[in-house]
Ligand binder design. Structure first.
Ligand SMILES: Cc1cc2nc3c(=O)[nH]c(=O)nc-3n(C[C@H](O)[C@H](O)[C@H](O)COP(=O)(O)OP(=O)(O)OC[C@H]3O[C@@H](n4cnc5c(N)ncnc54)[C@H](O)[C@@H]3O)c2cc1C
Length: 384
């Protein structure tokens, strides 16, 4: 395949950078924030993108998209992540919740939820992980007990990003017997103001509060809120997690910060030889992460998405983030940590923020060890 995206993509990049320069404060550091002003900026930004048909371009026209190519969406994701994700918490609904509803939802669910997302008006969170069910998600214990024509859900979720601001949750619960593992899980589209849902913040080294525990006490869920088949949640999760894994264009921020720091310190030539070699290697790995992601996106667009390839793309981008963050800090100096969060310059603050979040990149959305196992299984299956 041809990895050059062509003049239309270049023009879109220029347009998006213009919008970012006009609509974001110069010191904006992104969606992982609990600052109400930043969250308001992300809401305004999403509505502005929506008004230009740039929030959900690839979705079908009837649900608020305009049937644009997946490559247009790729440029959009790259420019958004490179500039600290000005879509904020909404990146989740755009990357995977919307696509999941498009693929597995009923017509009624599509007509109700998708236009709200496409208009930049709905915040979603993901209620999958539990205290004893993270990597081993199939062991989740939150239970949906049949009740009338619906269910009553009780249990606990953890690490739920943005639950404190979300309007809706994609909630995974056990509808089969306790030991039914992946054969007894269902997904529900549940409003966060439903009685019985309690959100408690988790403070972490990541800084601003965006992680939460979610307590579910006898939460009533209707049959028309079931996403996909009853006990068929695993297939939905697998399908959408493959999209989530290439949904964040991590390499794009790595690339941008590598360029900015290289320029700020006077080029590769100005660096000590050891650092110069590692910096150059990090640049190459970032390029590789981009190409691996493009290969997966191309295959997914042709309907050949495969778990192993998506996991490989994720490994390249998250391990790349950690490698890049180390050389960036070394190049501009460890003082970035002394002055955080109010670092002297925007570049220092951006590097500090990037370093901090790159620590969790190998855990969130599925740990890198598990991703390696998925790649191994896919290679071994292919080899038989
Ligand atoms: C920033 C952040 C945001 C998140 N947001 C959300 C969210 O919005 N919604 C949500 O549902 N979840 C979210 N998560 C949770 C995330 O999906 C889990 O943390 C992740 O799946 C790992 O699960 P765990 O934390 O239970 O770790 P564990 O599964 O306990 O793993 C601990 C360690 O053991 C390793 N390990 C576990 N099993 C194996 C194995 N079989 N072989 C080899 N190594 C293994 C893991 O790789 C890891 O290093 C978020 C996490 C982070 C860090």
């Amino acid at each position: 395949m041809d990895f050059e995206l062509g003049p239309a993509a270049d023009a879109l990049r220029v347009h998006l950078r213009g919008l970012i320069a006009r609509h974001l404060p110069p010191d904006f550091l992104g969606g992982f924030t609990d600052d109400p002003e930043d969250l308001e900026t992300t809401r305004r930004f999403c509505k502005m993108l929506a008004s230009q048909g740039l929030l959900t371009p690839t979705w079908p026209d009837e649900y608020g998209g305009r049937d644009a190519s997946v490559w247009e969406q790729t440029v959009l994701r790259e420019e958004m992540w490179a500039h600290h994700e000005p879509r904020g918490p909404q990146y989740m609904s755009l990357n995977w919740v919307g696509p999941a509803i498009l693929r597995f939802g009923t017509e009624e669910q599509k007509r109700y939820h998708l236009p709200k997302m496409a208009g930049g008006e709905a915040l979603w969170c993901q209620g999958f992980s539990e205290p004893d069910a993270g990597s081993d998600l199939a062991s989740l214990q939150t239970t949906a007990r049949p009740d009338g024509d619906g269910w009553v859900v009780s249990g606990q979720k953890i690490w739920t990003s943005y639950a404190q601001v979300a309007d809706w949750c994609v909630l995974a619960a056990r509808t089969g017997p306790p030991d039914s593992r992946h054969l007894g899980i269902s997904l529900f589209l549940v409003p966060m103001d439903r009685p019985g849902i309690e959100v408690r913040p988790i403070r972490s080294m990541l800084g601003p509060h965006h992680l939460n525990e979610l307590f579910l006490d006898q939460v009533e869920v209707r049959r028309d809120e079931l996403l996909g088949q009853e006990n068929g949640g695993w297939a939905v999760m697998r399908g959408v997690l493959a999209f989530e894994r290439v949904g964040i264009a991590r390499y794009a921020r790595a690339d941008r910060l590598l360029d900015a720091v290289r320029a700020a310190v006077g080029g590769l030539e100005a660096m000590p030889p050891g650092l110069r070699a590692r910096f150059a290697r990090a640049m190459v790995h970032t390029r590789v992460a981009r190409l691996v992601a493009y290969e997966v996106i191309g295959a997914q667009a042709d309907g050949h998405g495969d778990d192993g390839a998506a996991a490989a793309a994720r490994i390249a981008s998250v391990t790349g983030d950690q490698e890049v963050s180390e050389v960036l800090v070394e190049a501009i100096g460890g003082a970035v940590f002394d002055s955080a969060p109010a670092a002297e310059t925007h570049l220092q603050a951006a590097v500090e923020d990037y370093w901090r979040y790159s620590r969790s990149a190998t855990v969130s959305a599925g740990s890198v060890d598990i991703q390696r196992m998925i790649v191994a299984r896919s290679v071994l299956n292919g080899a038989t």
